[in-house]
Ligand binder design. Structure first.
Ligand SMILES: CC(C)=CCC/C(C)=C/CC/C(C)=C/COP(=O)(O)O
Length: 292
């Protein structure tokens, strides 16, 4: 049984015979050592001749003639049986798989690079207290307490309606983020210090960023329901963006957690808008509240 580190001819991978045909970088030549390793694994599992397995992987008769004479002995030899479907998938990893793995690698690399406030001793460690203040501005508790307080103080039906929907939006956000975090269970980056202000048990997971969902949801809500001057509108969008960025800088999240968080928060607003609660479609809710 040949070792997986060696090709079928017994040559170490990547040190192919110069007399063989094909380019030095081609799989048949061992240029793609990972490729050969997979071919051997597949042939072992199925009992197919490794050379033929490799021939199928390359899908090229040129590779067969040059590198593996036994596979090109002539038409008298019966062609090897086809490989099972799952082995062919191993040999030809899908474009989507490669793209996802590359995206993940870029995500981890970029998140580590941007995590400049992850600790006091980090390169931007002195900005960490400011980032943590920003973190509190997007936390669920101040938003929930603030909304409930305003709801109690509100004396107009229009104000109550908006605040009731804001409360619904905040609760929906907490529920959806907890649900996805619990399902995906992606760990927070290794460089994160778990010193966050009040967390739920699912907050040990990082996908998606709850702060990013809230930032997108709240800013869309505010822009749609408060009449604000242009500079204030710009400030709201800026707050959401900087809050998202601060999650990565603090080392709390990877870039994709925040990007998906923004997307989810944006979509959550569409749900809230679609299910907009009013005295017409939810009279009981409004009557109950007015009796408080
Ligand atoms: C009503 C109720 C269940 C309130 C809980 C409020 C609360 C503790 C929310 C957690 C907010 C938080 C720490 C989210 C995590 O944000 P990431 O951006 O780190 O995902």
């Amino acid at each position: 049984m040949p070792s997986p580190r060696r090709s079928v001819e017994g040559r170490p991978l990547g040190v192919s015979a110069s007399s063989s045909s094909g380019s030095p970088g081609s799989p048949a030549h061992g240029g793609g050592s990972r490729f050969e390793f997979q071919s051997l694994l597949s042939s072992r599992a199925t009992g197919v001749d490794p050379a033929c397995a490799r021939l199928r992987a390359s899908e090229s008769p040129v590779h067969c003639r040059g590198s593996f004479p036994q596979a090109a002995a002539g038409p008298s030899q019966a062609p090897p049986p086809p490989l099972p479907e799952e082995d062919r998938m191993d040999l030809n990893p899908s474009f989507l798989g490669i793209a996802l793995r590359s995206l993940l690698a870029i995500d981890l690399w970029l998140s580590k690079k941007l995590g400049v406030c992850a600790g006091e001793s980090s390169s931007w460690g002195s900005v960490r207290p400011l980032m943590k203040l920003l973190e509190i501005s997007g936390h669920g508790i101040p938003w929930l307490v603030g909304t409930l307080y305003c709801l109690c103080r509100s004396d107009s039906w229009a104000g109550r309606e908006v605040l009731m929907n804001l409360l619904f939006a905040l609760l929906l956000d907490l529920l959806l983020v907890a649900l996805i975090k619990g399902l995906v269970r992606r760990r927070r980056p290794a460089h994160n210090q778990m010193d966050m202000f009040v967390t739920l048990s699912v907050d040990k997971y990082s996908f998606p960023s709850g702060h990013a969902t809230r930032a997108a949801l709240m800013s869309r809500f505010i822009l749609n329901h408060l009449v604000l001057a242009i500079p204030l509108r710009v400030l709201v969008v800026l707050w959401a963006f900087v809050l998202g960025l601060s999650r990565v800088m603090l080392g709390r999240h990877n870039v994709t957690d925040v990007a998906f968080g923004f997307f989810l928060g944006y979509m959550q607003y569409s749900i809230v808008d679609y299910c907009w609660l009013s005295p017409h479609n939810a009279p009981v809710l409004f009557l109950l509240w007015s009796q408080q």
